[in-house]
Design a protein around this ligand. Sequence first.
Ligand code: NAI
Length: 480
Amino acid sequence: MVKICCIGAGYVGGPTMAVIALKCPHIEVVVVDISVPRITAWNSDQLPIYEPGLEDIVKQCRGKNLFFSTDVEKHVAEADIIFVSVNTPTKTRGLGAGKAADLTYWESAARMIADVSKSNKIVVEKSTVPVKTAEAIEKILMHNSKGIEYQILSNPEFLAEGTAIDDLFKPDRVLIGGRETPGGQKAIQALKAVYANWVPEDRIICTNLWSAELSKLAANAFLAQRISSVNAMSALCEATGADVAEVAHAIGRDTRIGSKFLNSSVGFGGSCFQKDILNLVYICECNGLPEVATYWKQVIKINDYQKSRFVNRVVSSMFNTVSGKKVAVLGFAFKKDTGDTRETPAIDVCNGLLGDKALVSIYDPQVTEEQIQRDLSMKKFDWDHPIHLQPMSPTAVKQVSVVWDAYEATKDSHAICILTEWDEFKNLDYKRIYDNMQKPAFVFDGRNIVNAEKLREIGFIVYSIGKPLDGWLKDMPAVA
Ligand code: NAI
């Protein structure tokens, strides 16, 4: 029996290994992590992450060929294939701070593998890492090898949170990069054989190591760039009376452009896009390519612009101040169908409103109060560095309330900001909400999910991103 061990029981390690265990009953899969609470949760009825379909799979396989453990060293020593799926956050200090990937977690995992291994291993980079990381990992392993043979593969993960299980069941492609040596090619075939249990062969792409590593950064950069492009258009639409949804539909019909990933919104979030682009920018700068770096940096600048434009729109529409006003925030997760708040645009929007002294009342179906309060009091980039966590700021705590119902959040509020596209926000009883709000009652739809016309009929003043402005908003000061 082949034994797989995955280091890192997070959003990637957990679901990916659960699907491998389900599709490969003949393989034993152990997911290990240094975080005791995380492993305890994986072994309980309350999984540490919310992902549609995940719970069923874990229940089917756990205890049969899928295990979660904190005994990292034992399971690494026993495994034939070791996936490393630890976090690779942006560095907060020292050389490359604010841009470069912090590979501390990766390096410590590699050193531990070298320490405990007694048999040959295939080590698979599952985390998103800077191109050429495999070379560094190889050096650590080879210089501590004790005669053991290691093959390093790059097998970046392309799943999207919220649809992770579907993405893993039917991936557009699986990418495996390895050394162009007989040993490297043999390792590629071994990993390919795992995926071949459910992924058609023509969807498994094999490349050299550097292409695989860079492809993941490139894919995230291209995806984020599409969002920033359509968001940049949304600002122009508002200024000219064009409708960004109509523009996106019209351009998306061109098969060279395609219709997916063209929804305008308050901005992209999630743990990956910003971090991976910053990392790409840093790599370009280090390779003497400042023009390329500047090009990609702009994707993040537009994303930041979109978030601050949204806040400015809220404040300027409400007579240029939200001080002391209750603002309901519907949705805090960075997208629907996940409880993940890492880099969610809601953090920047809420902080912007709090900076203008609003009283913010937040409801999200999957995010806890503790998480929200922590997110709103943390410094940029610190979320993925547990060591640097700041104590909660008393201001944030006082100005923010977290409630478990959209009606409670909106009661007596002056405005509603929709920041996550949860389906339930489409079907709320907006008449009831309107009746319980201060007037004039505003809706700022950061995801373009409500029917603006219907809401206007009820009496709301509605702002939808990239759509023609209603009369009220046109009369308010211009937004920069
Ligand atoms: P995560 O933060 O949810 O999970 C990482 C886990 O690794 C944590 O539970 C942490 O305790 C553990 N860990 C860190 N160092 C360790 C060590 N030395 N030994 C054992 N466990 C250790 O991160 P997530 O979201 O799963 O991401 C992991 C990697 O996958 C990152 O590089 C990310 O960029 C990449 N990725 C993430 C995607 C996502 O949608 N979240 C999608 C594709 C790639």
